[in-house]
Design a protein around this ligand. Structure first.
Ligand code: ATP
Ligand code: ZN
Length: 296
């Protein structure tokens, strides 16, 4: 067995909105995670890596310091951390497509709103003071940022601040508290980050191997394999219609001169409309297949 120092360390959220999806991503990349939900760390059985289960707020620090080479964290948490740093010590290596949310300014429904100028001189409660401060500076607005660690939606009711700046996904929480969103400050999704701290060649290879698998997982999510038959004169129209496909494979059909099979990996979603357009060019026997694994 490898010594601890020879294993990669990957930080993911222990419990919360990102924890299950972070585990699922690593599982899809082929990592067999030893279970034990309440533990602080878990060993990956079939890759030289250990998972660290931590509070999401600690993930940027761990990755920046190189304690963990990789981490999965909300873009919002990362951005808030980085705005407090002189130089970026983390690098975003993939946007993961889950944990989407928006940092929004909101106010009680009857608050007059004429754009960000309405914030001038106001107090705004938020858990993301640096992101908000930067937003205000960019809009040349002078306002007082009040930091709260949770329950930000209560600030107007408690007369802590008439405005809030908080994460929203469906908007249901705002609505339940009589608030309405007035402005978007930051769009977020979960990201994969790696440490910028230099590592040994062997360690670099472990990281690169895992990143290439994760790229494969992300690419496969939308990707489809398309097969169809078509007469020669339709081939260029068909190539133009295949979404996100480079250089399709074209094979002659046995005993059907002038007819070909077209095979292609489409990197984008394939919709019924696309199939109808393909058919209209003269294509037939169109098959769309899921792709289980892909290495780019
Ligand atoms: P921890 O115990 O790890 O500190 P937390 O309470 O700070 O957890 P969660 O509420 O689990 O964090 O949210 C984790 C991340 O999920 C957020 O930072 C954000 O990137 C994302 N997220 C997605 N939708 C929402 C939402 N509606 N509200 C808050 N966060 C959301
Ligand atoms: Zn947190």
């Amino acid at each position: 067995m490898l010594a601890d120092s020879a294993r990669l360390h990957i930080a993911i959220q222990k419990s919360g909105r990102l924890s299950e999806l972070s585990r699922a991503l690593l599982r899809d990349a082929g990592l067999r995670i030893q279970n034990g939900k309440n533990e602080l760390a878990a060993r990956v059985e079939n890759y030289p890596a250990d998972l660290m289960f931590v509070r999401d707020d600690d993930i940027p620090t761990f990755v920046a310091d190189g304690v963990c080479e990789l981490g999965v964290v909300g873009g919002n948490v990362l951005r808030e951390f980085e705005l407090g740093e002189a130089d970026p010590r983390c690098e975003i290596v993939a946007e993961l497509g889950f944990g989407r949310c928006t940092l929004k300014l909101a106010a009680p429904e009857n608050t007059p709103w004429e754009g960000v100028a309405s914030l001038e001189g106001a107090r705004i409660a938020t858990s993301y003071p640096r992101i908000l401060q930067r937003f205000l500076e960019e809009g040349q607005i002078k306002a007082t940022v009040v930091k709260m660690n949770g329950a930000v939606e209560l600030a107007p009711r408690l007369q802590i601040a008439p405005f809030i700046c908080d994460l929203v996904s469906t908007g249901a929480t705002l609505e339940a508290n009589g608030l309405r969103p007035v402005e978007t400050v930051f769009e977020s999704e979960a990201v994969l980050v790696r440490s910028r701290k230099p590592v040994s060649q062997a360690r670099e290879e472990q990281v690169a191997g895992l990143l290439s698998r994760i790229d494969g997982v992300l690419a496969t999510k939308e990707a489809k394999y398309i097969m169809l038959n078509a007469p020669e004169e339709a081939l260029s129209a068909i190539s133009a219609l295949l979404p996100g496909a480079e250089a399709p494979t074209i094979l002659p059909l046995h005993q059907r001169p002038g007819h070909f099979a077209v095979h292609a990996v489409c990197q984008e979603s394939v919709f019924w409309e696309t199939l109808q357009k393909l058919k209209a060019t003269g294509a037939s026997a169109i098959l769309v297949l899921p792709i289980e694994k892909m290495m780019l």
